[in-house]
Design a protein. Structure first.
Length: 645
């Protein structure tokens, strides 16, 4: 099998190949002293460009894989790329190749295979990595007996290929559950690129190529200044302090350039730079667009969608599919979770018995299960709205599981620059490392409602939480201007403007440590609503920056937000319409209750598609067709096509 036998001959982003070569040359040298789970990606760069290798990095990778520590699948994905890419493979010594192949044929690829270790198999990104790695390892050794399982390589290929196809088809129909995650997008990318480049099944390779197109289009549509700045299914504090500190930012640099320094060991960026997958040229238009424009997208799916997606009743299948959504305790899953945990020794953060007791209590009190949303990890169906305009982006997950326990779900943020990000959370802990922690995730999820550049987010039930308040990280040190304007906080950076209002009295506290220079705005009562509004200097139609700020201050104060006795929020939007927002996310406009249609899979100025439909996107430079519908139907998928002007 030769890498790139299904390479698509289409135009790509200007400068992409030059950046790719420069990135690999730099990565090869600056990562020589890097060690750990992702160090192997620097070694891939070295072997591909013909630079002298670092044998110690390979030894470390072997140790990580053989010890099966958590995230060893990240390392194994890199090892398999090192082994299967013709340029790097040709530069391995016979002893290196033998040792790496031996590690791949002795790995534990799923929870039902023998062994006990600390590896997490089940999250969305891990599933793709384990399944793709098992398929590729099995392809390379069809007649070899894998020493851990006593299965042949052909059997491993069959298992990995079938489960990977299932994963890919569900994502082709519904999108990702770890939606728009600036951290995990690169791990999805690596798994798909390995599948695209190395899968011997041509239909699976083509399906992976379609999903790569979709993933990178969504990355571009929800980006600003070369970084992903949207609501996210899973997020970490470092990215909330600086959006450039993420795998997504490195990938963006490779795709359409920018000033940020890419991570030289980024698993997704190295995989993309060494793949013959060709990113479509439309990405630069989408990634650099400033609007004003609004993107709406529906992603992930619900346990209730099992029938539509063809999910069976076996415990193994239900756990495999729904654990990847973080749904361990849903009434339709918890018994499967209990079965798999008992049968295969899997350990979950919350034992399935906990959920059973909660549901039994609900039935005892109400005669039925009234609240199935008790799992804090759940990344079920979500509707994301992202509004981009010159200088500012506002993004939120619309009414996502309001009042349910939270984990790492990042509900909303406004962005004026990489370090100028405004967002609220209901903290679950005082520590960065917890999930939910100080800035990442929520102890209880709020209800967010967004209409283009205006958003209202409401918290309820926090009085019973360990930390009984919501708070906002206001990045004063990253703004050109920051001040109070009546009951509003307003700020600016370049052309971007942001206004923030809270229904509750707030304490303002200077932050220290990694947040030094920012301000915490903390509510003094548990239940509260926040309003965020974004604009730009041009929209204020003022002669200069100072006048634009004055105009903006007048505009937000003219919205006259108030909290009514029932806790609902009334205000006027920028066009003068009277809005009333009530828990959990009901909206009335000029006295008329709104019944919004569900978001389609994608709605944008560049094209719209429903769930399971093909994507046809147009920009100023051409058109991109992604034939997802054909792939989902199981036909031999047509290749994505870039049609120039």
């Amino acid at each position: 099998m030769t890498i790139g036998s299904r390479h698509r001959d289409r135009a790509t982003v200007p400068g992409y190949h030059e950046r790719r070569r420069a990135y690999l040359a730099s990565s090869a040298e600056v990562t020589r002293d890097v060690r750990g789970r992702t160090a192997i990606f620097g070694e891939i760069a070295r072997r591909v460009v013909g630079s002298p290798g670092e044998p110690e990095v390979i030894e470390d990778a072997l140790t990580i894989i053989d010890s099966r520590i958590d995230c060893a699948d990240f390392t194994l994905g890199g090892v398999l790329r090192l082994l299967r890419h013709p340029l790097s493979a040709a530069r391995l010594s016979p002893s290196e190749r033998t040792a790496l192949e031996r590690a791949a044929t002795g790995f534990r690829y799923w929870w039902d295979q023998p062994g006990e270790d600390a590896m997490c198999f089940h999250t969305e990104n891990h599933r793709a990595l384990f399944h793709s790695a098992e398929m590729i390892a099995g392809q390379g050794h069809p007649n070899t007996t894998f020493r851990l399982t006593a299965m042949s390589g052909a059997e491993h290929r069959q298992h990995g290929e079938a489960t990977l196809r299932e994963w890919c088809l569900h994502r082709a129909q519904t999108g990702w559950s770890e939606w728009l995650s600036s951290t995990y997008i690169e791990h999805h990318l690596m798994a798909l690129l390995n599948t695209y480049d190395f899968a011997q099944d041509s239909s699976l390779s083509a399906l992976a190529g379609d999903l790569l197109d979709v993933m990178l289009v969504e990355l571009a549509l929800h980006s600003r200044d070369g970084a992903l700045v949207a609501s996210q299914g899973r997020i970490y504090p470092r990215t909330l302090r600086d959006s450039r500190d993420s795998g997504a930012a490195s990938i963006s640099w490779l795709l359409w350039g920018g000033e940020q320094e890419p991570d030289p060991c980024s698993v997704g960026t190295v995989a993309l730079a060494t793949s013959l997958y060709t990113p479509p040229a439309i990405l630069e238009d989408l990634g650099r667009a400033e609007g004003p424009e609004t993107i709406r997208a529906r992603m992930s799916f619900d346990v209730e969608d099992a029938g539509e997606l063809g999910v069976g009743e076996s415990a193994e299948e239900r756990a495999r599919v729904f654990w990847a959504l973080g749904e361990f305790g849903h009434p339709g899953v918890w018994s499967a979770s209990a079965d798999v945990c008992t049968r295969y020794g899997q350990r979950l953060d919350t034992p399935p018995e906990f959920y059973r007791q909660q549901y039994e209590q609900q039935v005892s009190e109400h005669g039925r299960i009234v609240d199935p949303h008790r799992d804090r990890h759940a990344l079920s169906s979500v509707e994301v709205t992202t509004h981009r305009r010159p200088g500012a982006t506002l993004s939120s997950a619309q009414v996502f599981r309001p009042g349910a326990p939270g984990y790492q779900q990042h509900v909303w943020q406004a962005t004026l620059g990489p370090e100028a990000q405004v967002f609220s959370t209901a903290p679950g802990s005082l520590e960065d490392t917890d999930r939910p922690g100080w800035w990442n995730g929520n102890s209880l999820l709020p209800a967010a409602v967004q209409r283009d550049d205006l958003m209202v987010v409401t918290y309820r039930g926090l009085a019973h939480q360990k930390l009984a308040y919501s708070h906002v990280r206001w990045p004063e040190n990253a703004l050109d201007f920051s001040a109070r304007a009546g009951s509003w906080w307003i700020g600016s950076l370049g052309q971007g403007l942001v206004g923030l209002w809270c229904s509750a009295e707030c304490a303002e506290m200077d932050l220290t440590g990694p947040d030094d220079g920012a301000i915490e705005l903390r509510t003094l009562s548990p239940d509260a609503s926040w309003i965020c509004f974004t604009s730009d200097v041009a929209a204020q139609r003022a002669p200069d920056q100072e006048s634009a700020l004055a105009s903006f201050a007048t505009q937000v104060q003219g919205m006259a937000p108030q909290q009514r006795l029932d806790g609902s929020i009334q205000l006027r939007d920028a066009n003068g319409a009277a809005l009333l927002v009530s828990w959990p996310g009901q909206v009335t406009i000029d006295g008329e209750l709104q019944h919004p249609e569900p978001h389609p899979r994608l709605e944008s100025p560049y094209g719209t598609a429903g769930r399971g439909e093909s994507w046809i996107l147009s920009s100023g430079t051409g058109r991109l067709t992604i034939p997802l519908a054909e792939s989902i139907r199981g036909a031999a998928p047509a290749q994505s096509q870039w049609i120039g002007p």
